[in-house]
Design a protein around this ligand. Sequence first.
Ligand code: NAI
Length: 285
Amino acid sequence: MDELSDIDVVGVVGAGTMGNGIATAAAAAGYEVVMRDIERDYVDRGLDAVEDSLDRLASSDRLEEEPETVRERVRGTTVLGDLAEADLVIEAIVEDLDVKREVFAELDEIVDDGVVLASNTSTLSITTIAAATDRVGDVVGLHFMNPVPVMKGVEVVDGERTRETVVALAHAFAEDLGKETWESDDKPGFVTNRILMPWINEGVRAYDEGVATKADIDRGMTLGTNVPMGPLELADHIGLDVVLHASETLHAELGDRYKPAYLVKRKVEAGDLGKKTGRGFYTYD
Ligand code: NAI
């Protein structure tokens, strides 16, 4: 399945934030989607999120068809075997290497030979995930950004053994979803998180060490470097638990310059995870 024209059905594993976003974007681009999660409740929540995203896209004139028509192309399931019909599978489950490797080994048994297996991992090695399968050349990173239906960029990650045609297919698929891509070698954090995580941690340390107020750190970076959000606001948006977890993975691979900021750890221990809990560096309604 090296050609975009071979792909009709996209399998998505995980119906959480990223999985349902990827399902939305793929369905909006005309693909049939089978989205799998481990419990019916999670599947249903994912399908509701797809519906909400499609309504939002439609109300801002960014959907070519009626939302109901697109929604009908997305099927939810708890049965991994239902992905057997997929021509491309994108995994978006928890950021845990052992769990991802287990799922890839199972997918390898279920889907046809030649079907590309992609991972949406933000920090884990595509090569290590691929090694759990007998199709190392057909495993690639397709790192979508959150929220998927809105964010333009997709990072394509080239594993040690990923075939060139598979990398090309990953770019072509993302572009077919209306995205723009760049490519990273399979090195810890790829391009984005390798640079973003130390930037966020440095912003938190600057605040903790009294360089400026949190508002001024965020204003300094937005006004001074023309990014849409400063490091503390962005950390709240991503989720402090996610920032901590990604930073710990990079720290283990790349050493001290990736050490998570102490204040991120303390806030995670306090349960202040950012926007999703209503409280992080800032408070939210
Ligand atoms: P999430 O926690 O919102 O969703 C993960 C979903 O996977 C949950 O619904 C969970 O029940 C399900 N799941 C767990 N094990 C499963 C299995 N064996 N089979 C099927 N489903 C399973 O997580 P989120 O944020 O969507 O992240 C998913 C992946 O995307 C992670 O690898 C993460 O690093 C990556 N990512 C996340 C971004 C973000 O901003 N949230 C941005 C870019 C990448």
